[in-house]
Design a protein around this ligand. Structure first.
Ligand SMILES: Cc1cc2nc3c(=O)[nH]c(=O)nc-3n(C[C@H](O)[C@H](O)[C@H](O)COP(=O)(O)OP(=O)(O)OC[C@H]3O[C@@H](n4cnc5c(N)ncnc54)[C@H](O)[C@@H]3O)c2cc1C
Length: 290
């Protein structure tokens, strides 16, 4: 279908973008267009004006900011993938990004777009929560920071309000942690039926801290808190991991659809959680280890 007609604006600064957006409640940001354009073509969205962030240099690139990386919201998946700072300090992000769609989508789609879109099947929201990222948002009232744990509000709903622009993603450096993203899909390059972002810090043969976050086990990324609690302080061995992973689906509310029933998603959560944590403990175990 052909989208409904809309005006087009290409601001050169974040301030200019928020001014346009706050002056028209039906205006909408477009980043890489990989999620929005299909919605426009199906006429599930009909904005009055598309505000293209592609001309705002401030929104692109990865910068070292001491104890964290600051990644501009318009940084494409492909740029994230080839960035040496991300590879060194946030390998979980690089590894999960490599599973997103195909090369064409990764060359246009952006990190900020993936997070702002807040799709429960998207891979990067769970990673943002697992890495304890902070989202920097500019709006009519100025700039604010929102923890990833509070950013994902509901199905396709984030803390980005009308009039706002997601500016950057601040990712703490996770030196000393090992991490892994385990994704199960029916076809290569497809969306996750379930995914697990795991990050573990070890100390003398025990697991000192663990962060385990599930993709597509509810309307927002879900921390597997029972798994984290079972791992913390436990010895880093396979039986302990298997026992902890058995709790993975606790508190989850997965939906059923033609690709997977809710019960099957719960089963996947347990299996993938075990695999993800074992891969953090033995990176050589999987070709995808980060
Ligand atoms: C065939 C295909 C397969 C895919 N497979 C996967 C997959 O396996 N895993 C996965 O995670 N994703 C997948 N995606 C989605 C892809 O990752 C997109 O990059 C992502 O969903 C949206 O990014 P975008 O930059 O294209 O955003 P857009 O489509 O431009 O925007 C998406 C939404 O976010 C809003 N938005 C975007 N940027 C900002 C901003 N800076 N501030 C405020 N609001 C903003 C827009 O207004 C819009 O509502 C797939 C997409 C396609 C087309």
């Amino acid at each position: 279908m052909i989208p409904a007609s809309f005006d087009y604006a290409r601001p050169q600064s974040v301030d200019e973008a928020t001014q346009i957006l706050s002056g028209d409640e039906d205006a909408k940001v477009i980043a890489g267009g990989q999620s929005l354009i299909p919605l426009l073509r199906l006429r599930l969205a009909a904005p009055s004006v598309l505000v293209d962030l592609g001309g705002i240099n401030e929104l692109r690139g990865v910068h070292d900011d001491g104890d964290a990386l600051v990644i501009g919201a318009m940084t494409t998946h492909a740029s994230v993938l080839r960035d040496p700072l991300v590879a060194r300090h946030a390998p979980l992000l690089a590894q999960a990004t490599a599973t997103v769609a195909d090369r064409q989508v990764r060359h246009l789609g952006t990190l900020g777009g993936s997070l702002a879109h807040a799709d429960p099947a998207g891979d990067l929201p769970a990673v943002a929560v697992a890495l304890d990222a902070t989202l920097e948002i500019a709006g009519p009232g100025g700039r604010r920071s929102v923890a990833a744990a509070d950013f994902f509000v509901d199905y396709l709903t984030s803390a980005v309000e009308p009039g706002d622009v997601l500016v950057a993603v601040r990712v703490p450096k996770r030196d000393g942690w090992s991490s892994h993203y385990e994704k199960f899909n029916r076809m290569a390059q497809a969306w996750a039926l379930v995914g697990v972002a795991a990050s573990v810090r070890r100390d003398n043969g025990t697991i000192a801290e663990a962060r385990v976050v599930l993709t597509n086990m509810g309307s927002t990324p879900l921390r597997a808190e029972a798994v984290e609690a079972a791992l913390t302080g436990a010895s880093a061995d396979a039986p302990t991991v298997a026992a902890a992973a058995a709790h993975a689906a606790e508190g989850a509310q997965p939906t059923g659809d033609p690709s997977a029933s809710a019960e099957y998603r719960s089963h996947l959560a347990r299996v993938l959680t075990e695999r993800a944590i074992l891969s953090t403990l033995d990176p050589g175990r999987s070709s995808h280890a980060a």
